[in-house]
Design a protein around this ligand. Structure first.
Ligand code: NOJ
Ligand code: CA
Length: 537
C-alpha cells in the first residue's frame, strides 16, 4: 500500500483534475478557423459542468507559429491570433470566479528564431551574445557534434550572420537558450513573474529535460536497435544532449520564483524512464511538484502490464512526492485511436481512479479517435519533415466538436484542421443528451472522484486478479473504493479477495449499473470497468 507519507494533502492540485486545452482547437470566437482565448473564456461554464479543477493552456504567446506557438517570440505577450493581454486577463478573472485554476505552458528550453534575444545574439555583439548555444564548425567542417533534432536532421544550424552554428533540440526556428548564463536565467525568471503577477496558478514547463546539455558537447552514442522505421532522433541515445543533472537546479530555480507568489504549481514535461522522471521531484522535493508521468501513453494495453507499471511507479516515488497520470496530449495519438472506443472508456475510468493528479486531454471526453488528415491538410512540422513514419501530431489536435451547427460550433469558418467524419453526432451537445455517452461517463467519473476522497487522496493497493482484469483498491479512512477493469473484449468474472468488505457496484463504464451488491463473484462484460463502494467495517 502506498501514499500514507505524503504531506500537505489539501493542496488543490493533489485532489484536482487538470484539463489540457490546445487553444488553436478549442473554440474560435472571431471566425478565422483558429481557436483563441476569448473562445476559451466562452467555454468555461462547460468545464465547470464537466467537473475539472484547472486548465492548462498550450502556448498563446506571440510566435511565427513554426511549431504552433512552442516557438516563442515574446514571453510576455499574447499573439494577436489568440487575442490580447486583456483577453487573457478576462480568462483568468472568469476562470477564478468559477473556481477554475489556470496553468500556463512555459517554454524555457528555446525561443523563436524571431525573438529579439536571438536577433541580438546572432550579431555576436551586445549583452545577449551568449544567451544561446553557439559553436564554431567542427574542425573537419559541419556541425560541432552529432546531436539530432527531435524533429529529425541535425540539431545544429549554421547562422550566416554570426558565422557560427547554433543548437536547436527541435526546429531550426527554435534555438535553444543557454541556462548556464545567469542573465538568461534572470530574464526567464522575470517572464515567469510577469504571468504570476497576472494571477496564474502554475506552469507546465515545456521540454524541460532538455534545458541543460553536456558542457563539453560530447557526441551521443548510437542506438544499435534503431531501424529506418523509427524517427531520426532515435538513431542516437540522448545521453549527453538532455537529462543532465543541471536541469534539476534550473527547475528548482523556477519553482522558487513561483513561491514568491505563494503556493503555485510546477509541472515538468519529461519523456524519460521512470527512474529518471522521479528524480525531477528534486532534492528535498524542491523541483517540480508534478514531473509528468506519461507511462500510460506508451503502455502495453493489458491488465498485467498496466498493473505492473502502476506498482513500479508507486514504488519509485520519493517520500512525499505526489503522483500524476496522463493519458493523452497534443503530441501523442489520442487514447481512443490507440486502444479503440470501448477501451477508451475503461482508460478514462483508470485515469480518474488512480492515485495521483490526472491530466485530461480536451476532446477525449468525446472519445475522438483516429482522424485522418488528408496530405494537403497536414500542418505539423514534424510530419512534414519526416513523412511516412506516422509521427504527425495533427490527428490529436483537431477542433473540439460542440454541436451540430456548421463546423461543429467550433468556428463559423473552415477550421485549421478537419473535424471527425462523425462530428455532427460526436459533439458535446449530442453526448450531453445521452446518459450513456463517453461525455456522460467522463463527467460522472469526474464528479464521483471529486466527491470521494478515497479516489483523490486515498491510498492505492493492487488486488489479486487474473487474465484481463486489473483491480485495485483506494482507501481513505473509512471510505473504501474498489476499481475493477476488464482490459479484454470477452466477459469475465472477478472474485474479490478473501477479507474484502461488502461491496456495491456504483458505476460502470457502460453507464447502466448501480446499487448492485457483489455476491461472491463480480461479472464483467467485455471492455467493462466498474467502481465498487465498500462498506466500512
Ligand atoms: C513539447 C511540446 O509538447 C511539443 O508540442 C513541442 O513541439 C516541443 N515540446 C517543442 O517545444
Ligand atoms: Ca480565432
Amino acid at each position: 500500500m502506498t501514499g500514507a507519507g505524503s504531506s500537505k494533502p489539501d493542496l488543490w492540485w493533489r485532489k484536482g483534475v487538470i484539463y489540457q486545452i490546445y487553444p488553436r482547437s478549442f473554440q474560435d470566437s472571431n471566425g478565422d478557423g483558429i481557436g483563441d482565448l476569448e473562445g476559451v473564456r466562452q467555454r468555461l461554464d462547460y468545464l465547470v459542468w464537466l467537473g475539472v479543477d484547472a486548465i492548462w493552456i498550450s502556448p498563446f504567446y506571440p510566435s511565427p507559429m513554426h511549431d504552433f506557438g512552442y516557438d516563442v517570440a515574446d514571453y510576455c505577450g499574447v499573439d494577436p491570433m489568440f487575442g490580447t493581454l486583456e483577453s487573457f486577463d478576462a480568462v483568468v478573472a472568469d476562470a477564478h470566479a468559477r473556481g477554475l485554476r489556470i496553468i500556463l505552458d512555459f517554454v524555457p528550453n528555446h525561443t523563436s528564431i524571431e525573438h529579439p534575444w536571438f536577433q541580438e545574439s546572432r550579431t555576436g555583439q551586445g549583452p545577449r551574445r551568449d544567451w544561446y548555444i553557439w559553436r564554431d564548425a567542427a574542425p573537419s567542417g559541419g556541425p560541432p557534434n552529432n546531436w539530432i533534432s527531435n524533429f529529425g536532421g541535425p540539431a545544429w544550424s549554421f547562422d550566416a550572420v554570426r558565422g557560427q552554428y547554433y543548437h536547436h533540440a527541435f526546429l531550426p526556428e527554435q534555438p535553444d537558450v543557454d541556462w548556464r548564463n545567469p542573465k538568461l536565467r534572470d530574464a526567464m525568471h522575470e517572464a515567469l513573474r510577469f504571468w504570476l503577477a497576472r494571477g496564474v496558478d502554475g506552469f507546465r514547463l515545456d521540454a524541460v529535460w532538455h534545458v541543460v546539455k553536456d558542457e563539453a558537447l560530447r557526441d551521443n552514442p548510437p542506438n544499435d536497435t534503431w531501424t529506418a522505421k523509427q524517427p531520426d532522433i532515435e538513431r542516437l541515445l540522448q545521453i549527453h544532449s538532455a537529462d543532465q543533472p543541471g536541469a534539476h537546479e534550473v527547475i528548482a530555480g523556477m519553482r522558487k520564483v513561483t513561491e514568491e507568489f505563494g503556493e503555485r504549481l510546477v509541472i515538468a514535461e519529461l519523456y524519460l524512464p521512470v527512474d529518471r522522471i522521479v528524480a525531477y521531484y528534486g532534492e528535498d522535493l524542491r523541483g517540480a511538484h508534478l514531473p509528468f508521468n506519461f507511462q500510460l501513453i506508451a503502455a502495453p494495453w493489458n491488465a498485467a502490464g498496466l498493473g505492473d507499471l502502476i506498482e513500479a511507479y508507486e514504488a519509485a516515488l520519493p517520500r512525499g512526492g505526489w503522483p500524476n497520470w496522463v493519458l493523452g496530449n497534443h503530441d501523442r495519438a489520442r487514447i481512443a485511436a490507440r486502444v479503440g472506443p470501448a477501451q477508451a472508456r475503461v482508460a478514462a475510468m483508470l485515469l480518474l481512479t488512480l492515485r495521483g493528479t490526472p491530466t485530461f486531454y480536451y476532446g477525449d471526453e468525446l472519445g475522438i479517435g483516429e482522424v485522418e488528415i488528408p496530405p494537403d491538410r497536414i500542418r505539423d512540422p514534424w510530419a512534414l519533415r519526416e513523412p511516412g513514419l506516422g509521427v504527425g501530431r495533427d490527428p490529436e489536435r483537431t477542433p473540439m466538436q460542440w454541436d451540430a451547427s456548421p463546423h461543429a460550433g467550433f468556428s463559423t469558418h473552415e477550421p485549421w484542421l478537419p473535424l471527425t467524419p462523425d462530428w455532427a453526432s460526436r459533439s458535446v451537445a449530442a453526448q450531453r443528451a445521452d446518459p450513456a455517452s463517453m461525455l456522460s461517463l467522463t463527467r460522472a467519473l469526474l464528479h464521483y472522484r471529486r466527491a470521494h476522497e478515497s479516489l483523490s487522496l486515498g491510498t492505492f493497493r493492487r488486488l489479486a486478479s487474473e487474465g484481463d482484469v486489473l483491480a485495485y483498491e483506494r482507501r481513505s479512512g473509512d471510505e473504501w473504493t474498489t476499481v475493477v477493469l476488464n482490459l479484454g473484449a470477452s466477459p469475465t468474472l472477478w472474485r474479490p479477495p478473501v477479507g474484502s468488505p461488502g461491496m456495491t457496484v456504483v458505476m460502470s463504464t457502460h453507464c447502466d449499473r448501480s446499487d448492485e451488491a457483489v455476491v461472491e463473484m463480480l461479472p464483467l462484460r467485455g471492455d467493462e470497468g466498474v467502481i465498487l463502494a465498500g462498506e466500512a467495517r
